[in-house]
Design a protein around this ligand. Structure first.
Ligand SMILES: [Fe+2]
Ligand SMILES: [Fe+2]
Length: 364
């Protein structure tokens, strides 16, 4: 069932093209990432056993791995509604993975012609191939589910703003730090909670690539921001601020386990709902207003809808520390975030642990 449809015919972008005729390697860490990327390429058609069926009796988000199952409202739903909500929520999240990967494919290609360094161009070419593979792998998996949801407008707005930006640093902030930070957390959490072996294999292989993409953002953006004129750095920080604004609501909205409570706007506690998730509710036979009341009920009853052990808080523990670490949150924008009541966590321990896990040097 394709609940999707219209094709965005696109827009023109402002990005400049940078030639580099000095073929010496200046940033050795990027050359290392390029070598690693070449060695760790994998093939969607050959390296995954696609003969495995997705077992309908084992939901993708099974048991308590589905945070919403802890709501009293969930217990009152019919078995069919419960199963439908699990299946449609999973399809919704996986559809976002697929659409987000298409965005990543395009931003990575943009990096290859806009980054100023030779080795960064080579690295970006590998990321472009990685992202093509990721679109392919999630498309193939969603084919098995036969349910595809449209792209969340929050995610699309952020990727469009990233693609429309006029500097590669903003591209890397929007994609390699914010979107891919979110993706790393979402893939990690999906891997922890899914009952589907095929999906676990897919998320594991994909995360290994994403760890390199996040590492690129860390290495190269940090370096570039350090060299920038302070005015340009502040402009990049404003872009990071806008990216936070665009993504923060959606994370709280779809899943009330977030610290933003009932999924409202992080500053006002109300705000607009994610129309994508509303469609999930409708397709599961649940009235969105009843659902909103159910979220309030759970909150008032003090029922903990926190992520279960082993899952990570995406904005708080991954994206904010990653932005802080490269200097994309300046003292000025930190103050703005504080005034808005947005927590800026500078503790990079969870982020670093996840990066180590993906490079195979630690267990989470
Ligand atoms: Fe990707
Ligand atoms: Fe990526």
């Amino acid at each position: 069932m394709a609940i999707t449809a219209e094709t965005d015919q696109g827009y023109k972008t402002a990005m400049g093209v940078a030639w580099e005729f000095d073929y010496d390697v200046d940033v050795q860490a990027l050359e290392n990432l390029y070598e690693k990327a070449k060695a760790l390429q994998w093939n969607v058609t050959e390296d995954i056993d696609w003969d495995r069926e997705v077992d309908p009796s084992r939901p993708i988000l099974e048991g308590e791995g589905f945070g919403l199952s802890q709501m009293p409202l969930f217990q009152r739903l019919s078995k069919t509604q419960q199963d439908d909500l699990r299946a449609h929520t999973a399809a919704y999240r996986l559809s976002q993975f697929m659409h987000g990967e298409q965005g990543a494919l395009m931003t990575a290609a943009t990096l290859s012609h806009s980054v100023p360094d030779y080795e960064a161009k080579l690295y970006s070419a590998t990321q472009t191939m990685d992202e093509a593979r990721h679109v392919e792998v999630f498309q193939k998996y969603l084919d098995k589910l036969a349910i595809v949801y449209p792209m969340s407008p929050f995610l699309k707005d952020l990727i469009d703003a990233t693609l429309k930006s006029d500097h590669w640093v903003k591209i890397a902030i929007g994609m390699n730090i914010v979107v891919e930070g979110i993706a790393m957390g979402a893939f990690h959490n999906m891997k922890r909670v899914t009952g589907c072996d095929l999906l676990r294999d897919i998320t594991e292989l994909t995360m290994r690539d994403e760890a390199r993409h996040v590492a690129f953002g860390y290495l190269y953006v940090g370096h570039a921001l350090g060299e920038m004129h302070p005015d340009d750095r502040e402009e990049a920080a404003d872009f990071a601020l806008a990216a936070i604004d665009m993504m923060a609501p959606t994370l709280g909205r779809e899943d009330p386990r977030s610290s933003r409570g009932s999924g409202g706007d992080p500053r006002s506690g109300t705000g607009r709902g994610d129309p994508g998730f509303v469609k999930v509710l409708v397709h599961s036979g649940i009235d969105p207003l009843d659902f909103a009341a159910g979220v309030r009920e759970a909150k008032e009853a003090g029922i903990s809808l926190e992520p279960r052990r082993g899952t990570v808080r995406i904005m708080e523990d991954l994206v904010m520390p990653a932005l802080s670490r490269v200097g994309a949150i300046t003292d000025r924008t930190h103050e703005i975030l504080k005034e808005r009541g947005v927590e800026v966590n500078r503790d990079t321990s969870v982020l670093e642990k996840l990066e180590e896990v993906e490079t195979g040097t630690a267990e989470l």
